[in-house]
Design a protein around this ligand. Structure first.
Ligand code: ADP
Length: 637
C-alpha cells in the first residue's frame, strides 16, 4: 500500500488551527485527553472480550505506557486496548462525526474572531475532540493502531496543517501508540518539558490518578547504561471507593471530565452508597452546562456501569429515566454478573431498583439545592429545566416532586423566575386559576393583546417559551386544586364573584346590541373563525383571536402543519373589544346601513391584525398589505 493523503474535514481544520495557535496556558491537558482515550479503548476491549475472549492477547497486562526520548524530543502513549481499523481511524480522527458540527464551526469562528484562547479549550471538551489537543504541544503526531481481532495495523501521520497521511504499518499486538514530536520547551506559554519524568508524574497525578489501568513510565537507561525501572504513576484507586473526605474537589472534577468529556467543572456532585438488599455505589455529577445536543433526538446519554470496580458499559441508559439524561457519573454494583448484556439490563430487577434509588437521590438533591441555594439552583435550571419538564409528562410516580422543582418567568417580574408554589401564594382571593400564556419568546407574549385585562387587573401570568411547555401544559392541568388556564383560551373573567357578575351582565347586554354585526362578521370570515364574540380580555386592542378550551395553541398548530403540510387549519374565536373606537365606529356604520361594504373589509383587517398582534403568520400577507394600503389612502382622502 502506498501512502494515502486525506484532507481534514473543514471543521477539524479550523479546530486544529485554533489548537496550534492557542495561547491557552494549560497545555498539559493534552495528556489527560490521550490517557482518557487510551483508558476508554481498554475498557472497550475488555467489554468486547466478555463475549469474544479470543480478543485478549494471552498474558498481556492491560496498561497504558508512556515512553520518552529526550534526544528526539518525543513522547509516546501506548495502550493495548481495542485499537482502530483503518476505516475507524479515518472516521474517528480526521472528522467530527457528531451532529453538531455546524454549531461547532460557528463557535470556532466566533472564538477566532474574538481571539479568545480560553474558548479553544472550552471547545475541546464541549465537543469531545480531545485527541486534537495534542497539536497544542506537538508539531507532528504519529499514530499506529491495530484493531483487536485484526492482523493489519495502520499508521496515521499529520502536522495538523490541512491534511494527514495514512499507511499500512506493523504492530505487534492490538492497541494504539501515539507519538508526539514535541514543540520546544517554552514554560511561559505552558510548554513544559513533557519528556521529564517529574513533569509527567505530576500531570498524571493531577489529572489521571483514578484511571483504572496502570499508567507506566518506561524508565530510560541509567547513567551507567543500566536498564531503567518502570514506574507506575497513578494509584488506580476508584474515586467512588475512597472516603469523600480524602478526595479533593479537583480530583472529583478531573474524574468528572474524564467520564463526561466535558471541559468545565461540574455544578454538583452526588454520592450514594446503598447497602442492604441491593448493594451499589454511585458517584453522579450535574454538569454546569448542557452539551450542545442535549435536546436533539440523537443525544447519547447514560451512566458508566461498573461491576465490582470493573467497567462494563460506557453508557448505560437503563440506569436513569430519559429526562435525567443530563446527569453524568458512574454506578458500581456488587450484584450484577460481569457479562451482563443490554437485553438483560433492560429487564433486570436490580437495575430497576438502582434506577429508582438514583432517581430519588437526584430529585432530592435538586429539591435541597432549590431550598438552600437559589443562585445555584438557577444555574442548574437554566440549561436543564426543560429536561425536567419532560419528567412531569413522563414520570407519574415522581410527578408531584418534579412539579415543585419547576420555575417559570412571569408577568410579575422581568428578571426573576417563580415556582408554582410562590405563584399560588401571591394569588388574590378572588383568583381561582393559575394563568399562563405560551409563545415563542417573552417579548412576543408580553406584547400580545390577550394579556391586557390581566395587566389591568394586576393578575399574574406565567410566560411559557420552552418548546416542551405546550406538552407540559397539556399534561399539567392542575396544581394544588387550582386549574392551570391559558390566557389565550376560553373566556376570561377576573375579579371577585360580584365583579364577575356585573361584568357578565354588562357584556351580555352589549352582546345583544352587537348581535347582528357579530353575525355579519362571522359570515364574512366563516372559513377561518368558528365564532365572533365580544371580549372581556381586551382593554386597548380592538380584537384578538382566542382558542376554545380544547383547542391547541397557534404554536402547536404551526408545528403540526410543518410536519404534515395538509393538517386542517384550526378555527379559532375572534373576540372584539366593544369599547374600542374601531369596533364602535364599525357598529355605528353598520347600524345605519346594514349592507355596508365596510364590514367585510374590516373583518379581513381585524382578522389579519389579530394574527399579527399575537405574532402569528398571516396566510396571505400580500392581500393584507393591499387592504392596509387602501385603508391608509382613504384615511388621507
Ligand atoms: P472523544 O474521545 O471525545 O470521542 P477524540 O477526538 O479524542 O474524541 O477521539 C475520537 C475517537 O477516536 C474516540 O471516540 C475513539 O473512538 C477514537 N480513539 C481515540 N483514541 C483512541 C485510542 N487510543 N484507541 C482507540 N480509539 C481511539
Amino acid at each position: 500500500m502506498t501512502t494515502e493523503t486525506f484532507q481534514f474535514q473543514t471543521e477539524v481544520q479550523q479546530l486544529l488551527e485554533l489548537m496550534i495557535h492557542s495561547l491557552y496556558s494549560h497545555k498539559d491537558i493534552f495528556l489527560r485527553e490521550l490517557v482518557s482515550n487510551a483508558s476508554d479503548a481498554t475498557d472497550r476491549l475488555r467489554f468486547e472480550a466478555l463475549t469474544k475472549p479470543e480478543l485478549l492477547t494471552d498474558g498481556a497486562k492491560l496498561e497504558i505506557r508512556l515512553e520518552v526520548d529526550k534526544d528526539t524530543r518525543t513522547l509516546a502513549i501506548h495502550d493495548n486496548g481495542i485499537g482502530m481499523s483503518k476505516k475507524e481511524l479515518v472516521e474517528n480522527i480526521g472528522t467530527i462525526a457528531k451532529s453538531g458540527t455546524r454549531e461547532l464551526a460557528e463557535k470556532m469562528k466566533k472564538a477566532k474572531a474574538a481571539d479568545k484562547s480560553a474558548d479553544a479549550g472550552e471547545l475541546i471538551g464541549q465537543f469531545g475532540v480531545g485527541f486534537y489537543s495534542s497539536f497544542m504541544v506537538a508539531n507532528k503526531v504519529e499514530l499506529v493502531t491495530r484493531r483487536a481481532g485484526q492482523k493489519i495495523a495502520t499508521k496515521w501521520v499529520s502536522d495538523g496543517k490541512g491534511d494527514y497521511q495514512i499507511d499500512r504499518a506493523e504492530r505487534e499486538a492490538h492497541g494504539t501508540s501515539i507519538t508526539l514530536h514535541l514543540d520546544p520547551v517554552d514554560e511561559e506559554s505552558g510548554l513544559e518539558d513533557f519528556t521529564d519524568e517529574h513533569v509527567l508524574s505530576r500531570i498524571i497525578g493531577r489529572y489521571s490518578d483514578f484511571i483504572a489501568y496502570p499508567i507506566v513510565l518506561r524508565g530510560g537507561p541509567g547513567e551507567d547504561g543500566a536498564d531503567g525501572e518502570d514506574k507506575t504513576l497513578n494509584s488506580m484507586k476508584p474515586i467512588w471507593e475512597r472516603a469523600a473526605s480524602d478526595v479533593t474537589e479537583e480530583e472529583y472534577s478531573e474524574f468528572y471530565k474524564h467520564i463526561s468529556h466535558d471541559w468545565r467543572d461540574p455544578l454538583e456532585r452526588v454520592l450514594q452508597r446503598a447497602e442492604g438488599t441491593i448493594e451499589y455505589k454511585a458517584l453522579l455529577f450535574i454538569p454546569s452546562e448542557a452539551p450542545f445536543d442535549l435536546y436533539y433526538v440523537g443525544h447519547e446519554s447514560g451512566l458508566r456501569l461498573y461491576v465490582k470496580r470493573v467497567s462494563i458499559m460506557e453508557r448505560c441508559e437503563e440506569l436513569l429515566p430519559r429526562y435525567l439524561r443530563f446527569v453524568q457519573g458512574v454506578v458500581d454494583s456488587a450484584d450484577l454478573p460481569l457479562n451482563v448484556s443490554r437485553e438483560i439490563l433492560q429487564h433486570d430487577r436490580q437495575i430497576r431498583q438502582i434506577r429508582k434509588g438514583l432517581q430519588k437521590k437526584i430529585l432530592d438533591t435538586l429539591q435541597k439545592m432549590k431550598a438552600d441555594d437559589e443562585e445555584k439552583y438557577l444555574k442548574f435550571w437554566t440549561p436543564f429545566g426543560a429536561a425536567l419538564k419532560e419528567g412531569v409528562i413522563e414520570d407519574f410516580e415522581h410527578r408531584d416532586k418534579i412539579v415543585e422543582l419547576l420555575l417559570f418567568p412571569s408577568s410579575r417580574e422581568t428578571e426573576k423566575l417563580t415556582s408554582l408554589a410562590d405563584y399560588v401564594e401571591r394569588m388574590g382571593e378572588a383568583q381561582d386559576a393559575i394563568y399562563y400564556m405560551t409563545g415563542e419568546s417573552r417579548d412576543m407574549i408580553e406584547s400580545s393583546p390577550h394579556l391586557e385585562a390581566f395587566r389591568d387587573k394586576g393578575v399574574e401570568v406565567l410566560f411559557l417559551t420552552d418548546a416542551v411547555d405546550e406538552m407540559l401544559m397539556q399534561s399539567l392541568t392542575e396544581y394544588k386544586d387550582k386549574k392551570l388556564q391559558s390566557a389565550g383560551k376560553g373566556t376570561v373573567d377576573l375579579g371577585t364573584d360580584e365583579e364577575k357578575e356585573v361584568q357578565k351582565k354588562e357584556l351580555d347586554e352589549k352582546a345583544k346590541t352587537f348581535e347582528a354585526l357579530l353575525k355579519r362578521i362571522k359570515t364574512s370570515l366563516a372559513d377561518r373563525v368558528k365564532e365572533v364574540r365580544l371580549s372581556s380580555r381586551l382593554t386597548s386592542s380592538p380584537a384578538c383571536l382566542v382558542g376554545g378550551e380544547e383547542d391547541v395553541s397557534p404554536r402547536v398548530e404551526k408545528w403540526l402543519r410543518q410536519q404534515q403540510g395538509d393538517a386542517p387549519a384550526q378555527k379559532r374565536i375572534l373576540e372584539l373589544n366593544p369599547e374600542h373606537p374601531i369596533v364602535t365606529g364599525l357598529k355605528a356604520k353598520f347600524d345605519v346601513h346594514e349592507t355596508t361594504e365596510a364590514v367585510s373589509e374590516y373583518s379581513e383587517l381585524l382578522y389579519g391584525y389579530s394574527l399579527l398582534a399575537e405574532g402569528s403568520d398571516i396566510p396571505d400577507p400580500a392581500d393584507f398589505a393591499k387592504r392596509f394600503a387602501a385603508l391608509m389612502q382613504r384615511g388621507l382622502g
